[in-house]
Design a protein around this ligand. Sequence first.
Ligand code: COA
Length: 153
Amino acid sequence: MIKLEKVTEKTFKKILSLKVTKEQEAYVSSNLVSLAQAWLYYEHARPLAILLDEEPIGFMMLDWDEEERTVGIWRMMIDAQYQGKGYGKKALQILIEQIKQDNKFDLVNLSIVPENQAARNLYRSLGFKETGEIDDEEEIMVLPLTEGKEAIK
Ligand SMILES: CC(C)(COP(=O)(O)OP(=O)(O)OC[C@H]1O[C@@H](n2cnc3c(N)ncnc32)[C@H](O)[C@@H]1OP(=O)(O)O)[C@@H](O)C(=O)NCCC(=O)NCCS
């Protein structure tokens, strides 16, 4: 069973050991960098372990902004040996469900390296759409959670 859990003293070393493939390193920062940023930007960053039956197999970091009513998927990775098994999609489905239940947010956003077709397919399969905006050479994708935000481009 897939679960999301705050990164803890118990899981952080394992999270640091999780790796994507060499080619995918261009698409996501290392978990070491992400956890350092989680400290720097602690007011907004929410680093989460993706657990498969208590075993850390991936990592996600959110940019949590209740004032703006948006959640950013800042980092998302599944360890190379666990990819292609539906775990990434399940983790995102759980996240989106939780965010909807929170009722504090209107929109989930993220950015992808344009060549990252696996991530694009994954996010599209969950309803995310490209906005046409580019930020720091990455394409912005959004998932509106409330009707009012459908119009946002
Ligand atoms: C992107 C990533 C998180 C996907 O996780 P995953 O667990 O392997 O993905 P899943 O098995 O849940 O696949 C879900 C969907 O993603 C897409 N997908 C996943 N891997 C893919 C691949 N190699 N090629 C094309 N599409 C792919 C498919 O649409 C798939 O649905 P389908 O199996 O019904 O076709 C993972 O490949 C990863 O960690 N990549 C490196 C880091 C990265 O790119 N992060 C995203 C930064 S924005």
